[in-house]
Write a protein that binds this ligand. Structure first.
Ligand code: PEP
Ligand code: MG
Length: 844
């Protein structure tokens, strides 16, 4: 049983604290080794941050780890690439196995020698055993050696040995380590991380010694050197796959660049390797192709610069050049999504806050590159720390613009990527620039370790129509270029070396899907009427004027959801009322007077931060001040938006919709503000006012809301997360957080009933409406409007045309009595197969 206790970690050195993200070494900054902190040291004796046993001290004296009695392991690593100094400049004051007290001296170092001969003196203190911690001081600024810095709950760890072993140990073939300095911290971290991906108990052996392969410290304690011969052993269900994959990883250098000789050249994966790697879908679809690994160039930035004037000039010239390069990319962009991303990047480069931070550092003597990287890096850290998925994704954009400017400052040219046909790109993280610059004729899809479904990379992948998976295990980075893989983004799977049958099945599926899409597109302008003559509105979910235009071209009957918070994403200042008014009017004009435009007021908070609406960070933002709650806290924001929306009153059939409504009082206060603004503008007729039904409370009280609204639109994305108590972005709950769950469907059914009994219409604008499998069900439940993602308009309209309303109603009643989302999907699949067969018979 775990017994949490508070443990304090003390500063091992005096110096200036820096966020880990700023460490110019990806293995440390990405926290593969563990989370912790970095100190730019001013003292020269490394002291113990906690009491415990020295579990490892590297022979070269640049790194030491301490393990306390509860298994908390802390690694300290002095400088970057200091392993290359082979012990020069370091004096070890302790031995392995020795008990040390807090503050006891561990290693002395010659700061001048290390600074001159290694890449950096930045020193890391990392909690490698993985306990979460809280800061006991500010996260940046000056610290004194011995000062308490982090508080962590130590937890008695279950040792790997306690994992049930099954069968005999399997051994890999011997591997000669190609790494020039053996398995020091960075390659050891990559290896341990990969080993953790297997459930087997795994060991790394060097002669008579062996180490738990999932423990970074244990691997480092083996003190391996170049050309050491090691072996991997594993016991457990996936032992065979583990030894195969890990031996290959060792052979390939565990992420370090190693000379490729015939001996150590990576071998293609064989059948016994893990066959499937799992992540989450970032862009739907499936393709078969070959692996092409993409690595971001590591840039070497010197810390100190010339005079402040020279460095400021350098930075300013690089920023100007980067902005004009982005302008060129914007002008050449193939679609709106791309152009928007480059515009957002230009804004970041023009951000006065970033420049101010960089200037302060330059004035302290730092080089333009160092200052720029620190400024962008600390802002990215801030974005990530706010516990907000969308802002964390914007941190990736910051890293992208940071790198763009750094390359210009250092005169580094982008390496031209020679892509083979049928490339499936694999990367730790693809930057938006890399993604947008790709030759999409050769790229079939992406698979990344980082990124999320809301990242710009995912948005671009969807805009290109390329399947993409993110959140894959790091093992994916060890796949050898040219490996054949089947990327099934719908299932979130990357299948390695798939067999012929799987490839053929995929190709047949694709051919059929393409044929169907052509047919649906050709019929997109036909009405969405069921076979028995029931008409339903198929409208669009949009976030820009371009999408509105595209939606009309694809046969959309109007706009069922304009997510207004997306219109000015990435802005650091609020758009003026005139600017907002002109955006809404342009969209209204594109639709014209005969179509509905439903503008949702700002839905900020939860997973959707808006830079110009600063908010306090919240422990549980999805349950916090979000949507209408935030707008009612800042009524001027809502009034301004109402005024801007009202300016297009005569241009279209205008509807205003409030998000996240939970209480009747929220609706009433918002209506009052709207009426006051309309009166002030001299409007005699109010636009229609409706609410999103996305909080279970609103669905359950729909009979009380219905008399006071003009319409409802059901947000199944949030309604599902709140009904099932599953975060909508949770990667491990993704398959369970399913809007087909009968609990969600029952809420939809009762909402429709309440609305219809008061003569009000109901739409569905959550992602469930975009699933053609759900179309007959939603029709059967009585939904009047389906607001769907733009490219799916033709498919949803076609799905409506294949069914009979009477059948749908009967099936919907049956479905409401089912137990699980799986059962619901099964009934719908059977119905779909039957209707497809009927349509084929009738067409012939
Ligand atoms: C929803 O919650 O289903 C919805 C449409 O709103 P959003 O996805 O923007 O939260
Ligand atoms: Mg919502």
């Amino acid at each position: 049983m775990a017994t949490p206790q508070q443990l304090q970690l003390h500063a091992p050195l005096s110096g200036v604290l820096m966020p880990l993200d700023l460490v110019p070494d990806r293995v440390f900054s990405s926290r593969i080794i563990g989370d912790g902190l970095c100190i730019d040291p001013t003292s020269t004796t490394l002291c113990a941050p906690l009491a415990g046993v020295v579990s490892n001290v590297q022979a070269s004296g640049h790194a030491v780890s301490i393990t306390d009695e509860n298994g908390v392991q802390v690694l300290m690593h002095i400088g970057l690439d200091t392993v290359n100094l082979a012990g020069k400049g370091f004096t070890r004051l302790v031995e392995e196995g020795q008990q040390v007290a807090v503050g006891q001296s561990l290693i002395e170092f010659d700061a001048d020698f290390v600074a001159l001969n290694a890449r950096s003196l930045l020193t890391l203190m990392l909690v490698v055993s993985g306990e979460p911690f809280t800061w006991l001081t500010a996260e940046t600024g000056w610290v004194d050696s011995g000062q308490p810095l982090l508080g962590l709950n130590s937890v008695e760890l279950t040792t790997d040995e306690s994992v049930a072993k099954e069968g005999e140990a399997l051994f890999s073939k011997p591997v000669t380590l190609p790494n020039p300095n053996g398995l020091h911290a960075r390659p050891a971290a990559v290896f341990a991380q990969a080993a953790k991906g297997f459930s087997a108990s795994i060991h790394l052996h060097k002669q008579q010694e062996s180490a738990n392969a999932k423990s970074l410290v244990a691997i480092m304690a083996l003190q391996t050197v170049h050309d050491d011969v090691v072996q991997v052993s594993a016991v457990g269900p996936d032992a065979e796959a583990a030894i195969k994959a890990l031996a290959e990883l060792l052979t390939a250098g565990c992420g370090e660049t190693v000379p490729v000789t015939a001996d150590v050249a990576p071998q293609p994966l064989e059948a016994s390797s893990p066959k499937v790697l799992r992540g989450v879908c970032a862009s739907a679809g499936s393709v078969f192709g070959q692996v092409v690994q993409i690595a971001e160039q590591v840039l070497d930035v010197s810390e100190w610069g010339e005079s402040s004037r020279v460095e400021r000039d350098h930075l300013s010239a690089a920023l100007t050049e980067a902005i004009s390069a982005l302008q060129q990319m914007r002008d050449n962009a193939t679609g709106d999504a791309q152009a928007e991303i480059f515009r957002a990047h230009q804004e970041l480069l023009e951000d006065p806050g970033l420049l101010e931070v960089a200037h302060v550092l330059i004035d302290e003597g730092k080089s333009a590159g160092f200052a720029w990287r620190a400024a962008t890096g600390s802002t990215a850290t801030l974005f990530k720390s706010l516990g907000n998925a969308l802002l964390a994704e914007r941190a990736a954009d910051l890293a992208d613009v940071s790198q763009r400017v750094l390359k210009l400052l250092l005169g580094v040219r982008d390496r031209e990527l020679e892509l083979p046909e049928g490339a499936i790109l694999i990367a730790e993280q693809l930057t938006p620039s890399q993604t947008a610059g790709l030759d999409t004729r050769k790229v079939l899809g992406f698979a990344t370790v980082g990124g999320g479904a809301t990242s710009h990379v995912a948005i671009l992948a969807r805009a290109f129509g390329l399947p993409a998976i993110c959140g894959l295990p790091v093992q994916v980075l060890a796949l050898v270029n040219g490996t054949q893989v089947l990327l099934d983004a719908d299932k979130g799977e990357l299948q390695l070396d798939p067999d012929l049958a799987a490839i053929e099945e995929l190709q047949a599926r694709r051919a059929l899907a393409q044929q169907r899409q052509r047919h649906e597109l050709a019929q997109a302008s036909l009405a969405a009427c069921t076979r028995d003559g029931h008409h339903v509105e198929v409208t669009a979910n949009i976030a820009s004027l371009a999408e509105a235009e595209q939606a009309m071209a694809l046969g959309g009957a109007g706009v069922g959801l304009l997510r207004s918070e997306f219109l000015y994403l990435d802005r650091h200042h609020a758009p003026s009322q005139d600017e907002q008014a002109s955006t809404y009017s342009a969209i209204a004009r594109a639709l014209g007077p005969a179509r509905n435009l439903v503008v949702r007021t700002l839905d900020v908070g939860g997973d959707k931060p808006l830079a110009y609406v600063p908010m306090d960070s919240e422990t549980n933002p999805f349950l916090g001040v979000r949507g209408i709650r935030l707008c009612l806290e800042r009524p001027q924001l809502l009034r301004d938006q109402f005024k801007a929306i009202l300016s297009c009153a005569g241009l279209t059939r205008l509807h205003i919709m409030l998000p996240m409504v939970t209480q009747l009082s929220e609706l009433r206060v918002a209506r009052q503000l709207l009426e006051e603004e309309a009166l002030a503008l001299g409007l005699t007729e109010l636009p229609k006012l409706g609410i999103m039904i996305e909080v279970p409370a609103a669905a359950l009280m729909a009979d009380l809301f219905a008399p006071e609204v003009d319409f409802f639109s059901i947000g199944t994305n949030d309604l599902t997360q709140y009904t099932l108590a599953m975060d909508r972005d949770h990667p491990r709950l993704a398959s369970q957080a399913d809007s087909f769950h009968p609990a969600v469907l029952r809420l939809i059914a009762s909402t429709v009933k309440a609305a219809h009994s008061h003569g009000k219409w109901v739409g569905v604008c959550g992602a469930l409406a975009s699933e053609t499998l759900a179309t007959p069900l939603l029709l059967g439940l009585g939904v009047d409007e389906l607001s769907v993602s733009v490219p799916l308009i033709p498919a949803v309209k076609a799905a409506v045309r294949t069914v009979d309303l009477a059948d749908c109603q009967a099936m919907a009643q049956q479905i409401l009595g089912l137990e699980s989302a799986g059962q619901v999907r099964e009934v719908l699949r059977l119905y779909r197969d039957a209707t497809v067969e009927t349509s084929l018979v009738m067409e012939n």
